[in-house]
Design a binder for this molecule. Structure first.
Ligand code: FPP
Length: 233
C-alpha cells in the first residue's frame, strides 16, 4: 500500500531565479508561486495528506529590499483572503505560525479572521509560516516554559520533549514526515528544526513556480520508497 505522509512541510524556494530565467521581475516569480501554492493544496487534499505547512515569509525576509517585502506582504494577504471562500468550501483549515507582533493591526486582524472563518475545516490543515523562524519559535517557547517554572506551575525536571513541543507554535500538530525544499538548495534555513527531527528530506531541482501537481505526486513517490527507522534497526 502506498505510504502517504500525514504532514508535508515545504520551503518554497526559487521564485526569483525562475523569474530571472524568464527575463521577468522577481515579483512575477512570487505571483506564479501562488499558483503552485494552490496546486499543492489541491494535490494534498486529493492524496489524503492531513497537514501541509508552507514557509511563506521568514523572520530573515524582512531584510530584503523594502519594495519586495511590501509586495510579498500584499501578495500573501491578498491571495489568502481571496482564496478563503474556496478553502472553506474545500474543508481546509488555515493556521498561521510565527510572530505576529511585527505586522500592522490590519494584517493581524486579517490573519485572525482567516483562522476563525476556516476553523471548521476538517479535510486538510494548511499551516502558513509567516514571519516564522525555528530559532525565534524556540526562544519564544523556552521563555513561556521558563515563566511557568518561575510561577511554580512546572518543575525544571518536568521539562521534557512533550513540554517543549506543547509550547511551540505547532503545539497539537503532528511533526512533519516529509520536508521538501525546491530549487535544489539543500538546507533547512531555520525552518522547523525541532519538528523535523525525524522527517525525510527531499530537495528537488524544480523551482517553486514549476512545482505543481505532477511534482507533488513525484515527492509522494519518493517518500513512499524511503525506509524510516527513527534510530532503530
Ligand atoms: C522564495 O523564493 C519564496 C519566497 C520568499 C516567498 C514565497 C511566497 C509565495 C509563493 C507567495 C505567497 C504565499 C502564499 C502561501 C499565498 P526566492 O525569492 O527566495 O527565490 P530565489 O532564491 O530564486 O531568489
Amino acid at each position: 500500500m502506498e505510504k502517504i505522509p500525514a504532514h508535508i512541510a515545504i520551503i518554497m524556494d526559487g521564485n526569483g531565479r525562475w523569474a530571472k530565467a524568464q527575463g521577468k521581475e522577481r515579483y512575477e516569480g512570487h505571483i506564479e508561486g501562488v499558483a503552485s501554492v494552490k496546486a499543492c493544496i489541491k494535490a494534498a487534499r486529493k492524496h489524503g495528506v492531513r497537514y501541509l505547512t508552507l514557509y511563506a515569509f521568514s523572520t530573515e525576509n524582512w531584510g530584503r529590499p523594502q519594495a519586495e517585502v511590501e509586495a510579498l506582504m500584499q501578495l500573501f494577504c491578498k491571495s489568502v483572503t481571496k482564496e478563503t471562500p474556496e478553502l472553506i468550501e474545500q474543508g481546509v483549515q488555515v493556521r498561521f505560525i510565527g510572530r505576529r507582533d511585527r505586522f500592522s493591526e490590519e494584517v493581524r486582524e486579517r490573519l485572525l479572521h482567516i483562522e476563525s472563518s476556516t476553523a471548521e475545516g476538517d479535510k486538510l490543515t494548511l499551516v502558513l509560516a509567516f514571519d516564522y523562524s525555528s530559532r525565534d519559535e524556540l526562544v519564544r517557547a523556552i521563555r513561556k516554559v521558563a515563566e511557568r517554572v518561575q510561577n511554580g506551575e512546572l518543575k525544571a525536571e518536568e521539562i521534557d520533549d512533550a513540554v517543549i513541543s506543547a509550547h511551540l507554535d505547532t503545539a497539537d500538530m503532528p511533526d512533519p514526515d516529509l520536508v521538501i525544499r525546491t530549487s535544489g538548495e539543500c538546507r533547512l534555513s531555520n525552518f522547523m528544526l525541532w519538528q523535523a527531527s525525524y522527517a525525510e528530506m527531499y530537495f528537488p531541482q524544480t523551482m517553486w513556480p514549476d512545482f505543481r501537481e505532477e511534482a507533488f505526486a513525484k515527492a509522494l513517490e519518493v517518500y513512499a520508497e524511503r525506509d524510516r527507522r527513527y534510530g532503530l534497526l
